[in-house]
Design a protein around this ligand. Structure first.
Ligand SMILES: [Ca+2]
Length: 125
């Protein structure tokens, strides 16, 4: 099982806290939150775990250009939840590439092998 980005980040945070002697958010607050209704939630690990990013339906619905993922999730998404009523397409390049489609209210605890760790952007289908 690979170590999640999130776990590594928490580990670094703890080390930095000890060295600097300052308060930092408790690691308990780093737990992956549930995906709210009308959001799209992307995760770096399978089964909705690891590093994550969320996008609201409001952000997506009027969007005409792809939302390009940041460094923490680009080419790292392994699972996702789509709690919106939108059909969404996830592309393996910032613009274009292969397209993985997640229909409205679909949850994917593991993306297909050709899409896992290769998604770079979200667009409305
Ligand atoms: Ca890619």
């Amino acid at each position: 099982m690979r170590t999640s980005i999130w776990t590594r980040r928490v580990g670094v945070g703890i080390a930095a806290t000890v060295m600097a002697g300052v308060l930092a958010p408790s690691p308990a607050s780093a737990a992956v939150p549930p995906c709210k209704a009308d959001w799209v939630c992307l995760y770096s690990d399978r089964n909705f775990a690891g590093n994550f990013a969320t996008f609201s339906r409001a952000t997506l619905v009027n969007r005409e250009s792809p939302i390009v993922l940041g460094g923490g999730l680009a080419n790292r998404v392994s699972s996702l939840r789509n709690t919106t009523d939108l059909d969404l397409c996830f592309t393996t390049e910032p613009v274009g590439g292969n397209v993985f489609r997640a229909g409205r209210h679909e949850n994917w605890n593991q993306l297909p092998f050709w899409a896992e760790d290769d998604i770079e952007a979200i667009v409305k289908c």
